[in-house]
Design a protein around this ligand. Structure first.
Ligand code: PLP
Length: 373
């Protein structure tokens, strides 16, 4: 069991089990923001860009450590929707008539909206139907047909607590000659992902959930072998090979992932995120996952069939889904009164134990449910 990290985070009395929505901030986040963002601005008579840009270097270095990739292959983005729009519009292969993109009906809706708008009208957006089992590689195999150009996969699905078998899916995508794009919004910081081993083509993610960094610090990662295929339409001086060249007649793409950066970047969200991701990267995704799964085991062992998310460890995300039928609303009220923070979606109550959750929190949750039923 990992050492108790409760005191490192800003928590209110009760249990916070909503990391699939917004993770709690580190108590040190405010000081880190002050140091990286405000201090260079407030304390020096010079303009602060040199120090501010080093914040971005720390952000991409922390991501590289967390995902075992190279810092240069990451580009800061505001959110996943923007990142996916830029990627889809940058690839000739997806902008030609007849291109086919495969995703699932249970992907986050925003990702589907982006595909509908960023692909030309003559392209096909194909969905794996929502009733199919996304933990089953055979389902993916059936849908990744020879005409598919891009396979969009969420590593974890927060409404069902399901994890996609990326280690099976990515080789299948390669075998069929398609491109892969992974959405790690719901897995970053809680399910290990090794980019060097997995070798997808593209990855998009944010830091707002399990990485506890707040909104605005998203990122995209591009496989170095794919970068020359990418010609982003949404650019700015920070996408230029040399942002300080200042010749309006001469635009040349940055040689790496930063060609997706755009105009003057924001800094503050990345200052918080560099600090927070650094904290999690130091613990390591394996240890974070082990702690989360131990707490999930505790609930599955006690509640059995009321847990409708996968019971098999390899199929689980970091989130449990509980289903109590007609008594659900009553249970939600009882949980709220006990200051146990959860939320509910179509399949049931979502419960996400993180590094700041311990077995006493789970015990309290289980006792309340036991008392209630
Ligand atoms: C799997 C997944 N993808 C994407 C998003 C959010 O996308 P965006 O950053 O564009 O709001 C979420 C938000 O909950 C999500 O769960």
């Amino acid at each position: 069991m990992i050492e108790n990290h409760k005191t490192a985070f800003s928590l209110s009395p009760g249990s916070y089990l909503l990391s699939h929505s917004v993770g709690r901030p580190l108590t040190s986040a405010q000081a880190a923001l002050g140091e990286a963002y405000f201090a260079p601005w407030q304390k020096s008579g010079r303009e602060p860009w040199a120090q501010w840009l080093s914040v971005i270097d720390s952000f991409t270095a922390a991501l590289a450590q967390l995902f075992n990739g190279a810092a240069d292959d990451f580009c800061p983005q505001v959110n996943l929707s923007g990142a996916v729009t830029k990627l889809v519009m940058s690839l000739d292969r997806l902008q030609r008539p007849g291109a086919v993109v495969l995703m699932s009906e249970v992907d986050f809706p925003s990702m589907g909206f982006v595909m509908q708008q960023a692909l030309p009208a003559e392209c096909e957006l194909r969905f794996i139907p929502k009733h199919l089992d996304l933990t089953d590689a055979a389902v993916w195999q059936r849908y990744i047909s020879a005409d598919v150009d891009l396979v969009f996969v969420s590593h974890a699905y927060s409404n069902s607590g399901v994890q996609a078998p990326l280690a099976d899916i990515i080789p299948l995508v390669k075998e069929r000659g398609a491109l892969s794009m992974i959405d790690v919004a719901q897995s970053a910081g809680i399910i290990p992902l090794d980019l060097t081993q997995l070798q997808p083509d593209f990855m998009v993610g944010s830091s707002v959930k399990w990485l506890c960094s707040g909104p605005g610090a998203a990122y995209l990662w591009v496989h170095p072998e794919r970068i020359d295929d990418c010609q982003p339409k949404d650019v700015g001086w920070f996408s230029h090979e040399n942002p300080f060249e200042f010749n309006i007649h001469q635009f040349r793409y940055h040689s790496g992932a930063l060609r997706f950066w755009g105009g003057t970047p924001s800094i503050a969200p990345y200052a918080i995120a560099a600090h927070s991701i650094g904290y999690f990267a130091k613990i390591g995704s394996e240890a974070l996952r082990a702690h989360n799964q131990e707490l999930i085991d505790q609930v599955i062992d006690t509640l059995g069939e009321a847990v409708v998310s996968p019971h098999a460890p390899a199929q689980r995300s970091g989130t449990l889904i509980l289903q109590f039928g007609e008594r659900q609303a009553e249970l939600l009220t009882a949980l709220e009164q006990a200051h146990i923070s959860v939320d509910v979606r179509n399949l049931g109550i979502r419960v996400s134990p993180h590094i700041y959750t311990d077995s006493d929190d789970m015990h309290q949750l289980l006792q309340l449910i036991e008392h209630f039923s």
